[in-house]
Design a protein around this ligand. Structure first.
Ligand SMILES: NC(=O)c1ccc[n+]([C@@H]2O[C@H](COP(=O)([O-])OP(=O)(O)OC[C@H]3O[C@@H](n4cnc5c(N)ncnc54)[C@H](OP(=O)(O)O)[C@@H]3O)[C@@H](O)[C@H]2O)c1
Length: 338
């Protein structure tokens, strides 16, 4: 990381450390890519954090115990969102719950159950245990997958993916759409305050050791695993912005509903050009699968709701730089000299 970007990060950390709410909050899926950054953000803001993982003894979760503030204010607890009684136990005494856990793979046989039934369990258990606010991590897969949306329309919080279209095209998007609908329905039924963070493809450095799915999106172009790229656009956001968004919507007591968490929308060719500029030493796919056809145009989007809460989005260039150098340090990418 450059000294400038390091200084910026440190300034932000110091500012957040001045707040000491000392409230107890619980995070599901705490050991994952986004969950770990959410835990870090909450610790920096002074919260006591009950970080839940499926196996607290698994060394893959050890990074949580090394976070700043973890000694005094983090407890690592077991919770599977399919186990309702286990959720009751971990939510006891909590002011707030951050429900981050969900498999990302279309191939995970538990995807639908964990996403939908797991989310209903979380909402019901939170209400039963007197939790006041829930922050749910949705996905832009629950927003942009709609064949009837005009390519000229601005993507914002009013947009919903079409469940039937998702079910045919992408089970993950289907699962996240149904999960967000379930969270909204249960919150309304049980009088829970719900704020939903809707991240797009999430980039940036990893706190955990294992490579997560959205980081492989970039790694595959640098290892040569991808020989060509699709004629497609995607929306991206920095993982540190996603974590801050979770904290911001939690702390603003009047924050309700969806908050689209997108920093940039790019054609894949633009993303790869940015990677080539930053890391010219790697051989990156230069051939489009759809050669000869018109390039798909990036769509407009609005992240104004989060900006209004004070979130400043990190430039994608910095997210990519930090993601790649982190993957190099952790041995996920060969370190090729320029
Ligand atoms: N990464 C992205 O690009 C992106 C974009 C938009 C939205 N999201 C959403 O952000 C959330 C976190 O994603 P991520 O990228 O951080 O993925 P990740 O690193 O794979 O983390 C997923 C977490 O879910 C947990 N989990 C899976 N099944 C569970 C169950 N039955 N009970 C409890 N925990 C369970 C996993 O715990 P174990 O360690 O025990 O397996 C893991 O910690 C998900 O809701 C995802 O849909 C991610």
């Amino acid at each position: 990381m450059s000294s400038i970007s390091k200084a910026n990060d440190n300034n932000g950390d110091q500012k957040r450390q001045q707040q000491q709410p000392q409230q107890l909050v619980c995070v599901t899926g705490a050991g994952g890519f986004i969950g770990s950054w959410v835990v870090r953000e909450l610790l920096l803001r002074g919260y006591r954090v009950r970080a839940t993982v499926r196996d607290p003894a698994d060394r893959k979760n050890a990074h949580l115990l090394a976070l700043e503030g973890a000694d005094e204010r983090l407890s690592l607890r077991r919770a599977d969102v399919l186990d309702f009684d286990g959720l009751l136990a971990v939510f006891a005494g909590c002011h707030g719950v951050f429900h981050v856990a969900c498999p990302l793979s279309n191939r995970d046989p538990e995807l639908m159950a964990v996403a939908v039934e797991g989310t209903r369990n979380v909402m019901k258990a939170a209400a039963d245990m007197g939790v006041r606010r829930v922050v749910f991590t949705s996905s832009y897969g629950a927003v942009h997958m709609n064949p009837n949306r005009s390519p000229d329309a601005v993507l914002d919080e009013t947009c919903w993916s079409d469940p039937e279209f998702c079910r045919q095209k992408d089970m993950y998007c289907y699962a996240k759409t149904m999960a967000e609908m379930a969270a909204t329905e249960e919150a309304a039924k049980r009088g829970l305050e719900l704020a939903v963070v809707v991240p797009s493809m999430t980039m940036g450095p990893m706190l955990q050791r294992a490579l997560n799915l959205s980081s492989t999106h970039v790694a595959n172009y640098l290892t040569g695993a991808k020989k060509s790229y699709p004629n497609a656009v995607a929306a991206y956001v920095d993982v540190r912005d996603v974590a801050r968004a979770h904290a911001l919507v939690y702390e603003r007591h009047d924050a309700r509903g969806r908050y689209l968490c997108i920093g940039a929308v790019l054609h894949r060719a633009q993303l790869l050009q940015m990677l080539m500029d930053l890391f010219p030493q790697y051989t990156i796919a230069a051939k489009c699968d759809d050669k000869g056809k018109p390039m798909v145009k990036p769509y407009e989007f609005s992240n104004q709701r989060l900006k209004d809460l004070g979130l400043e989005f990190t430039p994608l260039r910095k997210s990519l730089y930090d993601a790649v150098t982190c993957m190099q340090r952790n041995g996920h990418l060969p370190v090729v000299l320029p």
